[in-house]
Design a protein around this ligand. Structure first.
Ligand SMILES: Cc1cc2nc3c(=O)[nH]c(=O)nc-3n(C[C@H](O)[C@H](O)[C@H](O)COP(=O)(O)O)c2cc1C
Length: 176
């Protein structure tokens, strides 16, 4: 794969949202122990808030990633190539509490440039994000159907509003 280049923040949103819905993206974090971890995410939003480009990710308290984000709230969101679907599946089914998902999924962690979190070298696109606000899904104000279908066991997501500081992409995606 060619070396990634810096991309305009809104250049690859559609591709990113398509991958989010089809296979999931990888949310990469690193807590105090310095070990990189990645989990699959399927629910997220990209937009513009407070005049800043924003990636909002939703993490349930039961995830190891939740603990890592409490230790260091910087994160990256990585769009993986289709041929690495098995690595995305792995990151969405086992926990970093008892697995080294980078080693098992043959993923390479490289330090992000603007935030303290790993980037996945094999990704097509990486968004470097700094959390500037968190809040929790509020069951009292949530639509009852959504509550029943998504939160039968509680475990209400925490939302991380990540200010997108830098986007890297495979240059072939930017060709017109
Ligand atoms: C396609 C897919 C999408 C997922 N989306 C989310 C999500 O948006 N938020 C979440 O908390 N868990 C989500 N999960 C579940 C976590 O990825 C899974 O529980 C993972 O093992 C957590 O890893 P960790 O314990 O290392 O943080 C998803 C799983 C899959 C397979």
């Amino acid at each position: 794969m060619p070396e990634k280049v810096q991309a305009p923040v809104d250049a690859l949103m559609k591709l990113t949202l398509d991958a989010l819905k089809e296979s999931g993206l990888l949310l990469a974090t690193q807590g105090r122990d310095g070990r990189p971890n990645a989990m699959a995410i399927g629910w997220a939003a990209i937009g513009s808030i407070w005049r800043r480009p924003m990636f909002i990710v939703m993490v349930r308290p039961s995830r190891h990633t939740f603990k890592l984000l409490a230790e260091n709230s910087d994160f990256t969101v990585n769009v993986m190539p289709e041929q690495m679907r098995s690595a995305v599946d792995l990151c969405g089914t086992v926990s970093g509490r008892d697995h080294d998902k980078f080693a098992e999924g043959k993923l390479t962690a490289v330090p992000a440039r603007e935030v303290k979190a790993p980037i996945i070298a094999e990704s097509l696109i990486s968004y470097e994000c700094r959390t500037i606000m968190t809040n929790e899904v509020n069951p009292a104000t949530l639509d009852v159907d959504v509550r029943n279908s998504a939160y039968a066991a509680g475990d209400f997501h925490q939302l991380h509003f990540g200010d997108i500081r830098l986007v890297h992409a495979d240059p072939r995606l930017l060709e017109t």
